[in-house]
Design a protein around this ligand. Structure first.
Ligand code: ARG
Length: 465
């Protein structure tokens, strides 16, 4: 056991208590942020005359050597230390002696951990944004190539109206674009530095908090020291945004699974992104999509867990808050893996365009268009709806489709049908006529694709780079 706080105690900590209390098993992944924060802190302490320039240099050298040795595997972060902060400080003192004991001047582990977690989360926000951008690029490529790839659009999982693959993918483009915007918003709101808040009430040393905030790439220091150590809102916001990303991925996964089913056969998932069955030789399973759908629950779990942990906490720091890490880290890893694997699966997935078009032709997806045809001939829409309803019933009885009927059959239902009905209800016409902005018509689809291209070509400007 290596602890920072033995002075007041007369007995050793019980081993089980020590283990229950320790966070090194999971906060070890914060080593880089912990060192980065410490370097900024001592740089500021020296600028303020609280440490000498020599002490600062010795501490920074020591911290950098710890960082290098952890990265090259010479120094293993082991369970002997209570947490990552103790590990770094104890190793620093081992390496440079007394100067190392000054590192923690004017700082508490409460503002230290608040800083580490914020630095780490800030990096994750950017990484997720980058992965979402790659996903959007794959979606947009597919859109560009499939403006005229027809497929049925669904409501209630029943064929509703014809649309295109570009249009269907376009819906997901919107979702993941909003997810990126959420990343940006979260980043902007979270990018304030809690270092200098101390345990809860600041410190009596003349710290320059603006300076450390600036050194660490923050937009400024936080303004209330109690909130600084007690706030995990940024993490809740990020987990919430990740949950939304997962919800979108899960819906998309569900569609891929349906499209891949024997009944649909709209897509062919690449061999590299599917697996077989140990017993049924014919099987090729959409595992990635299923796993992404399944892992969504884990990310939601992290969000609900943290919300619940925080809900009863009085100000300021409470040890409960140590529980902000494990599930959040799992959620970060899970969401990033899911986005990147899903992107790979989409990038290699093939479409069976004829099957999709045939499917769009069956199932009366042109029924609305047939009703609109009668409206154009002068029939009120409600009457046209009734006529086409009877027509659909007639087709169901005859096991045929509207476009396969003869003109005589059509006219036996309404004398307003003329020869031009066949063109009006053809798949191509049905899609091409949908010309409102946001619809699958090719002209408006091209306009939207151009806007998306422009959007993806614009670099995300994060504040304070
Ligand atoms: N391991 C702790 C955490 O993750 C670090 C802060 C400890 N602070 C304290 N007063 N015990 O929250």
């Amino acid at each position: 056991m290596a602890q920072l706080w033995g002075g007041r105690f007369t007995k050793e900590t019980d081993q089980k208590v020590y283990e229950f209390n320790a966070s090194i098993g999971f906060d070890k992944r914060l080593y880089r942020q912990d060192i980065e924060g410490s370097i900024a802190h001592v740089t500021m302490l020296a600028k303020q005359g609280i440490l000498t320039v020599e002490e600062k240099a010795a501490i920074i050298d020591g911290l950098n050597s710890i960082l290098a040795d952890v990265e090259n595997g010479k120094l293993v972060i082991d369970y002997k230390y209570e947490d990552i902060h103790s590990f770094v400080e104890a190793n620093l003192i081992d390496r440079i002696g007394d100067a190392g004991k000054k590192l923690h001047t004017g700082r508490s582990r409460n503002d230290q951990v608040a800083l580490d977690m914020r630095l780490y989360t800030r990096l994750q926000v950017k990484e997720v944004d980058e992965l979402l951008k790659e996903l959007l690029e794959v979606i947009l490529n597919t859109m560009e190539e499939n403006v005229e790839t027809y497929m049925p659009g669904f409501t209630h999982l029943q064929k509703a109206q014809p649309t295109t693959l570009a249009h269907h993918y376009g819906a997901y483009f919107e979702m993941f674009k909003r997810d990126r915007l959420r990343m940006y918003d979260i980043f902007k709101r979270m990018n304030y530095c809690p270092l200098g808040a101390g345990a809860l009430a600041g410190t009596t040393y003349p710290l320059d908090r603006d300076y450390t905030a600036q050194l660490l790439g923050f937009d400024g220091p936080t303004l209330n020291s109690m909130d600084s150590v007690a706030d995990r809102d940024y993490l809740i916001e990020f987990l919430s945004a990740l949950s939304t990303v997962m919800m979108h991925l899960s819906r998309f996964s569900e569609e891929v699974i349906i499209w891949n089913s024997n009944e649909y056969q709209f897509v062919e998932i690449d061999d590299a992104f599917s697996t077989g069955s140990s017993i049924m030789p014919q099987k090729k399973n959409p595992d990635i999509a299923e796993l992404v759908r399944g892992k969504t629950g884990r990310v939601y779990g992290a969000l609900v867990s943290l919300l619940t942990t925080m809900k009863g906490l009085p100000l300021a720091y409470n040890k409960d808050m140590q529980e902000d890490k494990e599930m959040a880290f799992d959620a970060f890893d899970t969401a990033k893996d899911c986005i990147s694997l899903f992107t790979g699966m989409l990038a290699t997935m093939k479409f069976r365009k004829e099957r999709m078009a045939t499917s769009a032709m069956n199932g009366f997806t042109n029924a609305t268009d047939a009703a609109d045809y009668l409206v154009n001939k002068g029939m009120p829409f409600r009457d046209a709806h009734g006529v086409i309803g009877r027509l659909v019933l007639y087709c169901i009885e005859k096991n045929t489709s509207i476009d396969a009927l003869s003109l005589e059959e059509l006219q036996s239902i309404s004398d307003m049908f003329e020869e031009d009905i066949f063109d009006a209800v053809s798949l191509k016409t049905c899609v091409e006529k949908r010309l409102t902005l946001g619809a699958p018509g090719p002209d408006v689809m091209q306009q939207v694709i151009a806007l998306h291209k422009e959007y993806l070509a614009t670099e995300q400007i994060w504040l304070a780079e």
